[in-house]
Design a protein around this ligand. Sequence first.
Ligand code: UGA
Length: 419
Amino acid sequence: MIGAGYVGLVQAVGLASLGHQVVVGEADADRVRKLSSGHVPFEEPGVSDLLERGLRDGCLRFTTDNREAVSGAEVVFIALPTPEADDGRADLSIVDAVVAEIGSSLEPEVVLVFKSTVPVGTTDRVQQEFDAVGATVRVASNPEFLAEGTALDDFLNPSRIVIGARSMATVEMLTSVYEGIEAPHVVTDPVSAEMVKYSSNAYLATRVTFANAIANLCEAVGADVEDVLLGMGHDGRIGHHFMRPGPGFGGSCFPKDTKALTMIARAAGYPFSLLEGVIEVNQAQHRVVVDKVRSAVGGVLQGKRVAVLGLTYKAGTADLRGSPSLEVIRLLQEEGADVAAFDPAVAEAVPGITTVFTALDAVRDADVMVITTDWDEFRHLDMRAVRAAMSGTAVVDGRNLLEPATVRAAGLHYQGIGR
Ligand code: UGA
């Protein structure tokens, strides 16, 4: 396994638990030291236990030397970051540099697998590069679908295993790696496998955005989006999942992958205007929340105290990457608001943001309280205590977590998204 980030580490401990010998190459020496002593650098249920077990049983180890990691390996997974470049494309420089680094250390007939999300065509391109120098490496695509907070469960009980390869021998090798895991296998060519990954994230991001757009429309026509989504979701063709309105989707994947797919589409001569619209509507959704906060305090944010509940991009993770909450805070501060924020998973300081240790600390003397992350504990806030601590009475529930009647009964003014 090359890369001990989110994807690589979960995959590594998961593969070790299936009985494989796993050696992980990771450039960050500090991370290698921590992992080697059983310390997981992020919160993810179950990963720590499997890490300990793998280390104890001797089937998992970490090294800063990628060449050493791949030496003797039958299968090499690449789980390296593919960050967003300035132009929105996925930046492949880390992946390309590591493939060049390990190239000469790979065993004959090794299966080199892209686990990270790579632009459509990358697997075949790398295969051609190996072919050109006469190497016998077989390159495949095996995209990852794990979500933060449920990552290990997503590995052990995946909705599907997608294998993109150009030979049956490669497919058989990868199938044997996942023996013991029950899931439908989708076997296809590498280009299609790469497309499965982007299309899945693009579709999910579109669903969330569709729900947000319907929420905004519900508000304009006087409907309640929660009832509307309930009414829609009972149609088995639609379903209830992944349609919760909010401040827009975020995280380290959806924003990056949707943008990258629009770039891939343009380069291929098919401008993906539907997805471009999704990205635009999603960015506007951050402003929808800010507009509500502004109007809740009388039209001017300058000098107003705003309590923001939630910093992470979703509940169940400490990850702040691409968080809509941070964008909402930035926009509030830009208009002169004085923000105090609380998040149950974020204990350390966040640059440019005043963070406090409890929700009640955040709302103390606030003119308005705004919820930006769907943490369950915010559902159970004591609204009377909130009312007593605040100086104002406005609540903007950016995730529709609260019961409007309960909020109002405490003497507060409630505003949700589309209700
Ligand atoms: C997402 C996908 O769900 C995974 O399948 C995929 O493997 C992963 O990206 C990836 O490409 O690595 P993740 O970024 O962890 O996983 O988060 P999600 O649970 O998908 O949520 C993404 C964003 O959408 C969050 O900001 C969340 O709050 C928002 N969301 C989600 C909503 O606003 N409403 C919903 O109903 C669902």
